[in-house]
Design a protein around this ligand. Structure first.
Ligand SMILES: O=C(O)CCC(=O)C(=O)O
Ligand SMILES: [Fe+2]
Length: 219
């Protein structure tokens, strides 16, 4: 249950998510997150964008961080719990974390997430979100915030086979309310070039990983 009388996650959808994670490593569900909450999150992202509060996203963590517009073209802002909408979404993710830990014993202990805006023409080439052995990102999530995404809007998330990254297995429209969840080190995915401004929240459940004596190194 989410505090403050807010809408929680649907039990049925949650068990579908957990089953899909176990069976094939990824899940996508339409209308997984309430439309009113998606609208509030999109309004907030649009305000941040209008106030030039978004930053160009890079690839690699810590010292390895670099801007590569040929690889990814979104601008981002990390969630900071400043709004009621963010706190509501984070409470839902805490509920999801509990369910995943209960069913899969993944020991997820923390969630980090950022708003993302892909302007027309932007994309994110095929990648995985963490590498085996250095995997403190365990489960990735994406919530889309675009009501009435047009058929010819592009910007789908392409999902590729775990055992063969050249084989596309799904294409997911970034329609508001659609939620995607997958094992961060297993599932190759990409954002296909978008034709419309594309709004989302990408997030990661993490496990504490001690790397080279650093506890929980910088993202
Ligand atoms: O927005 C999406 O569909 C995926 C974004 C993504 O892959 C990422 O931020 O790592
Ligand atoms: Fe990704």
């Amino acid at each position: 249950m989410v505090p403050g009388g807010l809408t929680g996650l649907d039990g049925n959808a949650l068990s579908q998510l957990v089953d899909a994670l176990v069976e094939r490593g990824w899940f996508a569900g339409e209308r997984f997150i309430d439309a009113t909450l998606c609208q509030a999150l999109r309004d907030e992202l649009q305000r941040l964008s209008a106030n030039q509060a978004l930053n160009e996203a890079g690839i690699g963590r810590g010292d390895q961080h670099q801007l590569r517009r040929d690889i990814r073209g979104d601008t981002i802002r990390w969630l900071d719990r400043e709004s009621q909408a963010q706190r509501h979404y984070l409470a839902l993710m805490a509920e999801l974390q509990q369910q995943i830990n209960r069913a899969l014993y993944l020991g997820l202990f923390e969630f980090e997430a950022h708003f993302a805006e892909y302007p027309p023409g932007a994309f994110y080439k095929r990648h995985v979100d963490s590498f085996q052995g250095r995997a403190n990102r365990i489960v990735s999530t994406v919530l889309y915030l675009n009501p009435d995404w047009p058929d010819d809007g592009g910007g789908e998330m392409a999902v590729y086979a775990v055992e063969d990254e050249s084989r596309e297995v799904a294409r997911i429209r970034p329609e508001a309310g659609t939620f995607v969840c997958f094992l961060s080190d297993r599932v190759p995915h990409a954002v296909l070039p978008t034709r419309c401004p594309r709004a989302s929240i990408a997030g990661w459940f993490r496990r504490n990983a001690s790397l080279g004596g650093l506890i929980d190194p910088a993202r």
